[in-house]
Design a protein around this ligand. Structure first.
Ligand code: SF4
Length: 214
């Protein structure tokens, strides 16, 4: 298999032996670095027609899932980079949205709501460099299918994705998640905004996550 990642498993594994916010955030940063490199490689070499492009954001109006260490990473980014006023605005908006989505019985009900992601700004992702894995791996090969799927809510609207590309992304993702599991850190996936809110509202959430006390 062609090597299109830069961060070696050994190095990451050693780093995460020290279970802390700092090391985990570094590991997620490395994962996103590797995924970015893969993305460049795919863009340069694929013969498939990728429909995704800047400003196209149909898939940002749906339910987004995230793993726990990624949620912790993005939460830390918000805390470190936004001022108090911006943080208050974000978490009050997240609360508003999750009050609605938590009433939904099924994932499909949530998807049908078509609520834009709070990080979507003028159809552009405002956290593009640190967006979750799930937002990276999706590659539509048919714009029409996306429109049918996300705007008209048709099920099985057509061949949306390239499985070959998806597999390459998941290979890298699984490598990283395996290291978290080896270090007995939870990686369970949850809905993006409710994960951020849970971290924000639960006292000692991050400390307990790294002590495996959560
Ligand atoms: S994080 Fe960015 S890419 Fe992902 S759903 Fe939100 S706006 Fe879209």
């Amino acid at each position: 298999m062609k090597k299109y990642y830069i961060n070696e498993e050994k190095k990451i594994s050693k780093l995460l032996k020290n279970k802390s916010l700092n090391t985990s955030n570094k590991v997620i940063k490395y994962m996103y670095e590797d995924l970015k490199l893969l993305s460049t490689h795919i863009n340069e070499t694929t013969k498939q027609n990728i429909a995704c492009s800047k400003g196209c954001s149909h898939c940002c109006n749906t339910r987004v899932e995230i793993t726990e260490p990624e949620a912790v990473f993005i939460y830390s980014y918000i805390k470190d980079n936004l001022n108090q006023e911006q943080q208050n605005a974000i978490f009050s908006k997240i609360k508003e949205i999750t009050n609605i989505t938590s009433q939904m019985q099924t994932t499909d009900d949530h998807i049908k709501l078509q609520i834009p992601c709070i990080f979507l700004n003028n159809q552009i992702c405002s956290i593009y460099e640190i967006r979750p894995f799930i937002c990276r791996e999706f590659h539509s090969v048919d714009l029409e299918s996306c429109l049918n799927c996300y705007n008209k809510l048709e099920k099985n609207a057509g061949a949306l994705e390239s499985n070959k590309i998806k597999d390459s992304y998941y290979r890298i993702f699984r490598k990283y998640m395996h290291i978290y599991r080896e270090n007995k850190l939870q990686i369970s996936g949850n809905e993006f905004l409710s994960s951020l809110l849970k971290i924000h509202e639960t006292p000692n959430y991050i400390k307990n996550y790294f002590s495996n006390l959560k």
